[in-house]
Design a protein around this ligand. Structure first.
Ligand SMILES: NC(=O)N[C@@H](CC(=O)O)C(=O)O
Ligand SMILES: [Zn+2]
Ligand SMILES: [Zn+2]
Length: 346
């Protein structure tokens, strides 16, 4: 008899859905498996105000496949002009679940992000007061800092000072990629959590660069050395409730990825659960998969876990996965873990 694993339905605590044709194409890839997702606000133009978030939520709801049981959890893109009162009202009405901090220039569509942290002090203090989490893209952008060091330097130079200056601020370190990130979370209290992506549990920087450059493995923060990947694997499979899944599934068309200046982002919505089951099984931690995908995130955000369940089945033969999904903007390549997958969602 084939092995099965039943979990509370997972949530994705860091997801890019984009807009328009891309939104319509990628949304079913998420709603098939996930009940909720924290929706990243880095559209062009970004989702800055409560009114922007309400309009974007309505576009997402309108694009949901018929019968899909999926709730988008909206975020606001923090700018130096963000009004603390607008944020507080958006939170009070239940419209937004978090505010997203992009250091200006750190990643895709981050030009409107924060340069001077003094200018957002009032918003952060308001968020601490009302218990609204700050999701952080944790990389410095200074040109003299090596791209592989940008997360560790951010923790020391920006994150730790901001947290000390704003007691009670709840922070999610998004898509951590280093042992330094893991250690920083572990050394702190319940006000700090971290999301870990699917792809950072699978690839290290060699996968991007050895034997020819692999644009579909390029994302930000860029994958680091193997020792860091192993630290992420250990954290994700440890059962420590401060670590939870945020796929950072970030679609870009092949034309924009396979390019002289390729975009950053891995598209993992389609096969994330098969890959995670494989990885957790490999590490003897299948019994901890549900915590990572379905329990720890809701606990951090103060939400109940989903009532519905999802069952994974381990097949005797490898399960097919599409190489690409089609969109009206062009094809989007699905993340290739580099090994056959046997787990499928029943
Ligand atoms: N992760 C990525 O490489 N890209 C994300 C932005 C982000 O999450 O930093 C995107 O929006 O494409
Ligand atoms: Zn990011
Ligand atoms: Zn992201």
């Amino acid at each position: 008899m084939s092995q099965t694993l039943t979990l509370r339905r997972p949530d994705d605590w860091h997801l890019h859905l984009r807009d328009g044709a891309m939104l319509r194409a990628v949304l079913p890839e998420t709603t098939r498996h996930f009940a909720r997702a924290i929706i990243m606000p880095n559209l062009v133009p970004p989702v800055v105000t409560a009114a922007d978030a309400r309009a974007y939520r309505d576009r997402i709801l309108a694009a949901r496949p018929a019968g899909a049981d999926f709730t988008p959890l909206m975020t606001l893109y923090l700018t130096e002009q963000t009004d603390p009162a607008d944020v507080a009202a958006a939170h009070a009405s239940g419209l937004v679940s978090a505010v997203k901090l992009y250091p200006a220039g750190a990643t895709t569509n981050s030009a409107s992000g924060v340069r001077d942290f003094d200018k957002v002090r009032g918003v952060l203090e308001k968020m601490a007061e009302i218990g609204l989490p700050l999701c952080v893209h944790g990389e410095v952008t200074d040109s003299e800092v090596d791209i592989f060091d940008r997360e560790a330097v951010f923790i020391d130079r920006v994150l730790d000072p901001v947290r000390r200056a704003t007691p009670g601020l709840r922070v999610v370190m998004e898509h951590i990629t280093t042992a330094n990130g893991v250690e920083y979370v572990k050394a702190n209290d319940r006000d700090l959590g971290a999301t870990i992506t699917t792809h950072h549990l699978i690839i290290n920087r060699n996968h991007i660069l050895v034997g020819g450059i692999k644009p579909h493995y390029y994302c930000l923060p860029v994958a680091k050395r193997e020792e860091h990947r192993l630290a992420l694997r250990a954290a994700a499979t440890s059962g420590d409730t401060r670590f939870f899944l945020g796929t950072d599934s970030a679609p870009h068309t092949d034309a924009l990825k396979e390019n002289a200046c390729g975009c950053a982002g891995c598209f993992t919505a389609t096969n994330t659960l098969s890959i995670l089951a494989h990885a957790f099984e490999e590490d003897g931690a299948l019994d901890r998969l549900e915590g990572f995908t379905s329990l720890n995130g809701p606990a951090f955000y103060g939400l109940a876990p989903n009532k519905a369940t999802l069952t994974l089945t381990k097949n005797d033969t490898a399960v097919p996965c599409p190489d690409k999904i089609d969109t009206d903007d062009g094809p989007v390549t699905v993340f290739d873990p580099g090994f056959p997958l046997y787990w499928s969602v029943s």
